[in-house]
Design a protein around this ligand. Structure first.
Ligand SMILES: CC(C)(COP(=O)(O)OP(=O)(O)OC[C@H]1O[C@@H](n2cnc3c(N)ncnc32)[C@H](O)[C@@H]1OP(=O)(O)O)[C@@H](O)C(=O)NCCC(=O)NCCS
Length: 167
C-alpha cells in the first residue's frame, strides 16, 4: 500500500543551481552547445521532481525549450527550477536559465526557458503517485493554469495525430 503524503508547496522543491561553462561544452561557433544548456535545465528539473515526489523521477517529455540568447564559454549559468503542476504521477517543472557573463560584473541575462514533464517511478520503473501541489502565491496559481493549457494542447495534439494514423 502506498503511503499518503500531504500536499507540498512549490517552495518545498524550488531550486537554484549554478555552474561555470567550459570550452569542452562549446559548439562550432564557439558558444555553448544548446544540448549542454538543455542538459543543465533537465538536471535542474530532475532535482525539483525528486524533491517534490520524494524519490526517483524520470524525464517523460520536454514541452518547450526557448533559446533566447547565446551562452558563451566562461559564463556563469544559473538555472531556477520550480514545479508548476502535478497530475497523478506526472509533474510539470519550469526552468528559467540566466547567465552572468564572465566579463561583466553582476548583470544577469535571461537566455532560455524550458518546461519538462517528469514522471515519478517506483523501484520497478512503474509510475507512482505524487503528492498534490499547494500553490502559495498568485504567480504559482498562474503557472499552474498555464501548465494545464500546455497539457491540454499536448494531449489534443497526440489524439489528433493518432486519429490521422488510424484513418
Ligand atoms: C515516463 C514513463 C515512466 C511513463 O510510463 P507509462 O507506462 O507510459 O506510464 P503511464 O501510461 O501509467 O502514465 C503515467 C503518467 O505519465 C504521463 N506520461 C507518460 N508519457 C508521457 C509523455 N510522453 N508526455 C507527458 N506525460 C507522459 C501520463 O500522462 C501519466 O500522467 P498522470 O499519472 O499524472 O496522469 C515511461 O514511459 C518511461 O520510463 N520512459 C523513459 C523515461 C526516461 O528514461 N527518461 C530519460 C530520458 S533519456
Amino acid at each position: 500500500m502506498s503511503e499518503i503524503v500531504a500536499a507540498r508547496t512549490p517552495s518545498y522543491s524550488r531550486i537554484e543551481l549554478a555552474t561555470v561553462t567550459s570550452r569542452a561544452q562549446a559548439n562550432l561557433l564557439g558558444n555553448i552547445h544548446g544540448g549542454e544548456v538543455l542538459k543543465l535545465a533537465d538536471s535542474t528539473a530532475g532535482v525539483v521532481a525528486q524533491r517534490h515526489s520524494g524519490g526517483p523521477a524520470v524525464t517523460a517529455a520536454l514541452d518547450e525549450m526557448a533559446f533566447l540568447e547565446p551562452v558563451r564559454v566562461g559564463d556563469i549559468v544559473r538555472t531556477f527550477g520550480q514545479i508548476n503542476w502535478v497530475g497523478s504521477s506526472s509533474m510539470e517543472i519550469g526552468v528559467r536559465i540566466e547567465t552572468q557573463p564572465w566579463d561583466a560584473t553582476t548583470e544577469l541575462r535571461h537566455v532560455g526557458s524550458a518546461y519538462f514533464v517528469f514522471v515519478a517511478i517506483d523501484t520497478a520503473g512503474a509510475a507512482r503517485p505524487v503528492p498534490a501541489l499547494d500553490p502559495e502565491s498568485e504567480d504559482d496559481r498562474r503557472r499552474m493554469q498555464e501548465a494545464e493549457i500546455r497539457r491540454a494542447h499536448r494531449l489534443a495534439k497526440r489524439q489528433e495525430i493518432e486519429a490521422v494514423r488510424l484513418s
